[in-house]
Design a protein around this ligand. Structure first.
Ligand SMILES: Nc1nc2c(ncn2[C@@H]2O[C@H](COP(=O)(O)OP(=O)(O)OP(=O)(O)O)[C@@H](O)[C@H]2O)c(=O)[nH]1
Ligand SMILES: [Mg+2]
Ligand SMILES: [Zn+2]
Length: 359
């Protein structure tokens, strides 16, 4: 049986990776892309097909950081053991990286590597939350990844409500593409498909149950991925997808499905925050103090703009919250214990501020 040869470009390979491969002297190895991550192994795909791959002890992984291990989307240098198995010798430098903070631990987790576009998905039900977009936007921005918003399950709300939600999003975030979809009525699926370009990698992000896997199944044109059963009541809180996995679409788009997250923790993402909240960053240059935290200082241009309703108050509050979270992450344990009491005060302060803003 002759199968058509896979080209690395179809798996997302670009001159960026090839030049790094040359520079690092990895040309004697095969290259493959990590398409799934298991407990102690990876599934990788190269021009000869797929392998179950392991990393070996004595190679380039002289590292203690979780982040330095292969992640889904990574390009790795491998050698074949046999038709089905391979050994990973190293990771090619990442073009982009998408990471989040573990909810309990302080370690960051790599969601995926070498992603071109992050689809941030929310569904049009009770769980919908405008602030949550901002969290994901910070993650995407911090990883140098272009974000796009997908509003799924639009079959659940009237058109007027959808229009309202879209205008709220546009008011809050500049220049983010918005794609409304429904896997039931199939609205927006063509648009989503057209959005994806051959050889580019798209990561589907969002809470559990928003319909990430359902959307990908629709794009694949079959039901390869298991999605949550319709019995929403009994299935509550259960995650349908348990591992990250790469899928290849008919139009050449490369898609990463993710298990949904309950919360998205912000790691040390200060650059991402400043980008997403560019309006606030610009204002802060006019604050009286260079180290202004924009919470209580006199002569704070951010507070002034918020009070004058020139700056959206929710945006302001979310900014302060995310910023604190990011800074908190950077502190050492000892500092944290000291700060914990102060943080409590800060939360109280913010709440008081919120009350003040109420009409
Ligand atoms: N009404 C409606 N329901 C949908 C739509 N898309 C998906 N669903 C339902 O939403 C539920 C969750 O869908 P999944 O695709 O499993 O969600 P997921 O985001 O992959 O969830 P996790 O894998 O747990 O992160 C399923 O019962 C789907 O049938 C939609 O457009 N409209
Ligand atoms: Mg899923
Ligand atoms: Zn200020």
């Amino acid at each position: 049986m002759e199968t058509e040869k896979i080209r690395l470009e179809d798996l997302g390979y670009t001159p960026f990776f090839e030049s790094n491969r040359n520079v690092l002297g990895l040309t004697d190895y095969l290259v493959a892309r990590v398409i799934a991550e298991y407990k102690e192994a990876y599934r990788v795909k190269g021009v000869n097909g797929e392998y179950l791959a392991k990393i070996t002890g004595k190679q380039v992984f002289n590292t203690t950081k979780r982040e330095d291990y292969p992640a889904v989307g990574d390009w790795v240098a491998i050698t074949e053991v046999d038709e089905k198995r391979a050994v990973i010798h190293g990771i090619l430098p990442r073009k982009t990286i998408l990471r989040k903070k573990y909810s309990d631990k302080q370690e960051t987790q790599v969601i995926a590597a070498n992603v071109d576009v992050a689809f941030i998905i929310e569904s049009m039900d009770r769980d919908y939350n405008l602030n949550r977009f901002e969290r994901y936007l910070v993650l995407a921005n911090d990883g140098n990844i272009k974000p796009a918003i997908v509003l799924n399950k639009i079959d659940l709300i009237p058109d007027t409500e959808l229009e309202l939600k879209i205008s709220q999003i546009k008011d809050r975030f500049n220049n983010v593409d918005i794609i409304p979809t429904s896997t039931i009525t199939e609205q927006g699926l063509d648009e989503l498909m057209r959005y994806m370009i051959r050889g580019k990698t798209y990561c589907f992000l969002g809470s559990s149950g928003v319909g990430k896997s359902s959307l990908i199944n629709k794009l694949l044109g079959n039901n390869i991925i298991k999605t949550r059963e319709v019995s929403q009541l009994t299935g509550r809180g259960k995650h349908a997808t348990t591992r990250r996995e790469v899928y290849f679409l008919g139009n050449g788009g490369i898609v990463i499905d993710n298990p949904g997250t309950r919360e998205v923790g912000i790691a040390d993402a200060s650059a991402g925050i400043e980008n997403v909240f560019g309006e606030i960053t610009a204002l802060s240059k006019k604050c009286k103090y260079a180290d202004c935290t924009h919470t209580h200082e006199p002569g704070c241009a951010v507070l002034e703009a918020t009070e004058a309703q020139k700056l959206d108050e929710n945006k302001y509050l979310n900014y302060v919250k995310l910023k604190k979270e990011s800074e908190y992450y950077r502190m050492t344990e000892l500092e944290k214990r000291k700060k914990d009491r102060k943080f409590g005060k800060f939360v109280k302060q913010s709440l008081e501020q919120l009350k003040r803003f109420e009409p």
